[in-house]
Design a protein around this ligand. Structure first.
Ligand SMILES: [Cu+2]
Length: 186
């Protein structure tokens, strides 16, 4: 009995080391805590969204640097990232995402919560304008992917991003441990 408990603890601490060894595993680690059940039921911020301007130009959406972290051991939650640029039109709005094989995908952001701890929460639709790309990156906005069968580095996973004006845009996420270059490159 005692011996079993010891072995279990040793295994846990090894797993913890492995996770913290990844530079920015922050997002998936956040999901390892017990807050997550509560967050699932949190409602996205309810600020009224201004209607998008109708500039008469069909928006052209350009998606870059789509990637997803491998699942942390034993978890079925992971984070995906993407950079969305508007190549034509004045504005569009990202309203949601789907990933093939996943139960659901939520748009998440971070806030500074109690005690100065970073916490994530679902966020509402995100505007994409011609003032600059809409960036999902570690430590910031991310797509939280629930219930996807385990992915490992080297896999690629198809999905769709949904926009208010442009409709559904296909995207392929590369599964990798590190971001594909610097966000400023995109
Ligand atoms: Cu999250």
């Amino acid at each position: 009995m005692f011996r079993t408990a010891f072995i279990t603890l040793a295994a846990l601490s090894l797993a913890a080391c492995g996770e913290t060894g990844h530079e920015a595993d922050h997002d998936t680690m956040d999901h390892g805590n017990m807050d997550h059940g509560a967050m699932e039921h949190a409602t996205p911020s309810a600020e009224a969204l201004a209607p998008l301007p109708d500039d008469g130009v069909s928006p052209v959406i350009n998606i870059r640097a789509a990637w997803m972290r491998p699942h942390p051991n034993g978890r079925d939650v992971t984070a995906a990232y993407v950079v969305v640029r508007l190549d034509a039109g004045a504005a569009d709005r990202l309203t949601g995402a789907m990933i093939d094989g996943a139960e659901r995908v939520e748009l998440h952001g971070h806030i500074i919560g109690e005690g100065g701890m970073m916490q994530m929460r679902p966020i509402g639709p995100q505007d994409v304008t011609n003032e600059g790309p809409l960036v999902f990156t570690p430590g910031g906005r991310h797509l939280m992917v629930f219930g996807l069968p385990t992915v490992v580095e080297g896999d690629s996973v198809n999905g769709q991003l949904m926009f208010e004006r442009a409709g559904t845009v296909d995207v392929t996420f590369e599964v990798r441990a590190m971001p594909p270059g610097n966000v400023t490159d995109y």
